[in-house]
Design a protein around this ligand. Sequence first.
Ligand code: I3S
Length: 128
Amino acid sequence: PWFNFFFLLQPSEKCGVLNVTKITENGKKVRKNWMSSWTVLQGSTLLFAKGQTSSSSWFGGNQSKPEFTVDLRGGSVEWASKEKSSKKHVIELKTRQGTELLIQSEIDSIITDWYKALTEAINTHVSA
Ligand code: I3S
């Protein structure tokens, strides 16, 4: 598939398993659905693949369809308030398109690194 070429040409800046849920889609509130997701940051694009646990499967099979991608340009990240989630270490990511995601890891060093990486990606790729 096309996205395998994308991945082969540009090594990802960061990847790993995170818990993620959408809370808003195109400006509309949606029901939370936390899922463990293989997450890849590449340039201004963040990809989530449901249930992905190993990077090797990205290159082999047809099971590697991204669940969804997020364009970080014009977006923002902040630490989520207690009202947004009862979980610890939650990042709130807002896109210019009006999608809001919560991203979480039980391991605070992991989520801190993602916070830095996402902030950096947003600042680097300010606009189109
Ligand atoms: O913000 P909420 O509605 O308290 O979020 C919780 C619910 O989405 C719950 O699912 P159901 O309402 O479908 O049973 C989830 O299981 C929880 O994880 C959500 O809260 P946290 O605080 O974990 O984000």
